[in-house]
Ligand binder design. Structure first.
Ligand code: DGP
Length: 115
């Protein structure tokens, strides 16, 4: 499938960067965030390009289910299985990369200051 040439996460999915993929399944890959905000901060990214999680859910709900299953797998492998999964959607919400991705945040007792 073709993808936007300027999409960083498409390049990571394609193996065109030195990013280490730490887990994967048929629909998604996981790699560590470059700017971690917690002891465990991993991104789960669909292999196909969708701008955000709503676009993924609408086009391919099974791929979204696979993405969430991969997030749980990573949380179990890297921590105690508890995790927060965050999808920023739109610039005001903090989205900076327009290829759907969930942030797995774990590895410590989390506070709640989302806004
Ligand atoms: P968001 O702000 O929700 O769009 O999250 C984008 C995240 O992507 C941000 O936390 C930093 C991460 N990121 C940006 N560039 C790279 C990169 O080149 N490698 C990795 N591993 N993460 C990146």
């Amino acid at each position: 499938m073709s993808f936007p040439l300027d999409c960083l996460f498409c390049q990571i999915v394609a193996g065109e960067t030195d990013t280490e993929v730490i887990a994967q399944n048929a629909s998604a890959i996981a790699f560590r965030d470059i700017n971690p905000q917690a002891p465990v901060h991993v991104l789960v990214v669909p292999r196909e390009h969708y701008a955000d999680v709503a676009a993924l859910a609408q086009a391919d709900p099974a791929a979204l289910a696979d993405l969430i299953a991969l997030a749980q797998e990573v949380a179990l492998e890297l921590g105690d299985g508890d995790y927060r999964l965050i999808f920023n959607s739109g610039p005001t919400a903090g989205q900076s990369v327009y290829h759907c991705h969930g942030h797995i945040i774990a590895g410590k007792t989390l506070g709640w200051t989302p806004a």
